[in-house]
Design a protein around this ligand. Sequence first.
Ligand code: PGA
Length: 312
Amino acid sequence: MYKSMHLTLQQLKLFESVARNNSFTRAAEEMHLTQPAVSIQVKRLEEQVGLALFEQIGKRIFLTNAGTELFNASGDILDRIKELEDTVADLQGEVKGPLQLSVVTTSKYFMPHILGAFLQVHADVEPRLKFTNRANVMQRLYDNLDDFVVMGQVPKDQQLEAHPFLENILVVAAYPDHPLTGKKNIQLEQLIKERFLVREAGSGTRMVVERMLEKHNLAIDPYMELGSSEAIKQGVMAGLGLAVLSLHSLMLELDAQQLKVLDVEGFPIKRRWYAVHPKGKKLSLVARTFLDFILENSEEVLERTANLATNK
Ligand code: PGA
């Protein structure tokens, strides 16, 4: 006899996350739960469906046929619920409720400030900001997991809509006593002989530098690869090598004379930051309001924070 399934939304969300990430561990991280808690819920879901949803081969997990069906259905259901929440908020006409964004790691030097200024005006917004590198942000953008994302290098794709805002200025940073500090017009050929600290593969900053050097048929042979601009900055200050970093990340250290910007041919590389979402995506009222806020106010907010930070 047909037995109706008793599924909870939370189970569907957890299952969707495990299936998308192909991992119980990553899903647990994403959902801020422990791995056993995720496993138990997925097990309960399997009991309700009456079929296995995953099969494990070696260390990897794969969706079964039933799992694939449920994955497609949960995508539809969760999208629909998000739309419903957005519509209700729109109808209420109040800027409140969740705001889900993924932003590239380098934007940690300005996005919290912009968000802070926005929350002073719209205190009922519940922001969730995921900081990760460009490759992960891209993946989330194509999976349509966020209201919008913030990144520097937008792929040429007709299916995306990109709104430029602040400038991103990339410079070569060195510790103050580095032999190249103070030299004029350092040539790239000379620069790449130096020890370089670089970001991990998947970083947008790294991609820009590699492309720029490629145009000159040059490449850096990284001395050390570090997973964050903050770690790289500390490495540069410790005299481990040079690095190309966004000026946003260097303001305090430059002001305190703990780092210097080198005068290198082709630098600074001037780029923009973009708020990006799939073309035609219906943004929630909260997302639309925040996007407008970014486009209109980010420069002023940043100027204000920079002045405060440097006591000007
Ligand atoms: P990153 O991205 O933080 O991954 O280096 C920066 C960018 O997109 O320009």
